[in-house]
Design a protein around this ligand. Structure first.
Ligand code: ARG
Length: 559
């Protein structure tokens, strides 16, 4: 049953709809307070009373029933406890019947969310700095789909700019076709770094000429550019496959080449374009921002110009309800400017654009530097994590079959989870030992818990039938409460663009299950108790798997 629905149906406040009450119901931070809570702050204005008073009055008018066992009013919150037996049987029934759909919903039916993420730069290293955008965006994509939205994953490739002139020039001077073909993106990057270190004045001039040639459609220059692009994409797609990340579009910056002029014309028409030292800008001083640069004095477009065209194109193509940009907080100003300019252009949908900003990732052994080629490639981080995972598994369980396969699931999972566990805005220091710990707040711990559940279920032989009536003990109740939260957690993760909520939830659920597992016998029990505990174990497994799957992490049956 939908407990939130039930709670909402019991509350009557003049001028507030049931849907609104439903949407306000939250999960209290601790289960001692209750299973659900209704904050009363929003009603203060309509009712002209304090939230504390409103909560008290609602408590008196709304009585517990068969489903709700207790209602309390605390500091402006109305807290509800759900009848334990009902909650237990109901929750398990629902999970066992929904299985890998548990937690999904159709709230997003008919709505589209565009998600711009990973957005790599052609011929530049795919490094640890791209980890967060890739896995946060990848998780949001899956989460929105799970909630019934039409999600559109967009890789806004960085495939525009003078660096390609430099690259072609470097290749012409020092490159070798076979070597680059073999070395792929790393060979390309070497050429680029060498150019930055060694290019002569003359080569700088040539590089500008090559860039001009790409722009003017010269065949040779464009063939080379396309080749570099192809090599980069082949490489990054290999990593996306490892990380379980998908895209529906690879329309990058270059795609907007012929879509910028109409935007510039529109800006002009609407009187927004200003001349400043030969450049064309939109003045944003009134809004406390530096101007948004639209055209440089030499007539060249900018990153922002392409983002303006891209936003308009996406609205026209996908008619999104929301368009997310999963990009580091260093670009806060850029997105504020772009969104503001669109608003000034009269695009009422500018309010649906969201910059989902996240913090930096560095490695324990010091910060990374992208310029001098001292780059930490994401590929290497993944490989090292898988290798370390293999060593740990080999030591713990030398006879395990499929050790390599398991090490992959564990190692890749650890990389993803390491980047997803904290609130996205926090800077994180990536530590191999930390993310691979069996005891910490890690995917390894969650996967290990799944393997434990698998093992119990395979020993029992299956076929357990959930009893119709069962009064759970304290440990069982804790697990049940946690299980029941899952759908709401997913919803909140989507609302706040925080896959970390799901990561944290999976650790909480695993901890509660492990406490239950240690305190309560399962296989040596009989009758209803055994059947209930096996059902509980199966429900935990479904839920943990669903949680990890939403993050892009696989689950081994044995570890
Ligand atoms: N390629 C850009 C970078 O590496 C990120 C692009 C983000 N998306 C966008 N629409 N601007 O900084």
């Amino acid at each position: 049953m939908d407990y939130k629905q039930h709670i909402a149906s019991k509350i009557n406040i003049d001028g507030v709809s049931q849907e609104e009450i439903y949407s306000l119901i939250v999960l209290p931070p601790s289960s001692e307070m209750g299973d659900y809570a209704l904050p009363c702050f929003r009603f203060a204005r309509i009712l002209r009373k304090s939230p504390v008073q409103i909560a008290e009055e609602l408590k008196n008018s709304c009585k517990p029933d068969g489903v709700i066992s207790e209602i309390t009013a605390v500091n402006g919150y109305l807290n509800f406890k759900i009848n334990k037996t009902d909650l237990a049987v109901d929750t398990l029934k629902r999970i066992l019947s929904e299985g890998d759909r548990y937690g999904s919903s159709d709230e997003g039916a008919g709505k589209t969310v565009c998600i711009d993420y990973s957005s790599v730069n052609i011929a530049k290293p795919f490094h640890i700095g791209h980890l967060s955008t890739t896995v946060i965006g990848g998780a949001l994509y899956k989460i929105y789909k799970f909630l019934g939205y039409n999600a559109v994953g967009i890789n806004h490739l960085g495939d525009y700019g003078t660096q390609f002139g430099k690259l072609i020039c470097a290749y012409k001077h020092w490159g070798d076709r076979e070597e680059v073909e073999r070395g792929g993106i790393r060979a390309i990057n070497d050429l680029y770094v060498r150019f930055n270190n060694e290019a002569t004045e003359q080569m700088q001039v040539e590089a500008r000429e090559y860039f001009r040639l790409i722009e003017s459609g010269d065949k040779e220059a464009n063939d080379l550019f396309e080749w570099f692009k192809e090599l980069t994409l082949k490489y990054v797609k290999g990593i996306y496959e490892k990380l379980n990340v998908q895209f529906d579009s690879y329309a990058g910056e270059r795609f907007y080449t012929d879509k910028m002029q109409p935007v510039i014309d529109e800006l002009q028409q609407k009187g927004l374009l200003k001349e400043s030292e030969g450049a064309k800008i939109v003045d944003l001083e009134e809004y406390g921002m530096t101007p948004c640069l639209i055209l440089r004095s030499d007539g060249a477009s900018l990153y922002a110009t392409r983002d303006l065209a891209a936003a308009i194109y996406r609205k026209n193509t996908y008619d999104f309800n929301k368009c997310l940009y999963v990009v580091a907080y260093q670009q806060n100003l850029h997105f504020k400017q772009v969104f503001k300019v669109l608003e000034l252009m009269g695009k009422e949908w500018a309010k649906d654009l969201v910059h989902v900003a996240y913090g930096m990732v560095s490695l324990e052994d010091g910060a990374m530097s992208t310029r001098q080629g001292r780059v930490v490639w994401l590929e290497d981080v993944i490989a090292k994590c898988v290798e370390k995972a293999y060593a740990i598994i080999d030591e713990k369980n030398p006879d395990l079959e499929n050790k390599e396969q398991t090490a992959k699931l564990v190692g890749v999972g650890a990389v993803i989870f390491g980047a997803l566990y904290n609130n996205k805005i926090k800077d994180i220091v990536f530590s191999y030992d930390k993310v691979l710990s069996f005891e910490g707040e890690t995917s390894v711990y969650v996967q290990y818990t799944c393997a434990r559940a698998f093992s119990v279920l395979s020993k029992s032989g299956g076929g357990e039938v959930l009893p119709e009536n069962y009064a759970p003990n304290a440990e069982e109740s804790e697990v049940i409460k946690e299980l029941a939260k899952f759908p709401q957690i997913i919803k909140e993760a989507a609302e706040k663009y925080e896959p970390s909520f799901i990561a944290r939830y999976s650790v909480d659920l695993a901890q509660k299950f492990n406490k239950f597992y240690i305190d309560c016998k399962i296989l040596t029990e009989t009758g209803d108790t055994k059947a209930f505990r096996l059902s509980l174990t199966r429900a935990v497994l479904h839920t943990l798997k669903n949680a990890l799957t939403l993050l892009g992490i696989g689950v081994p049956e044995k570890m």
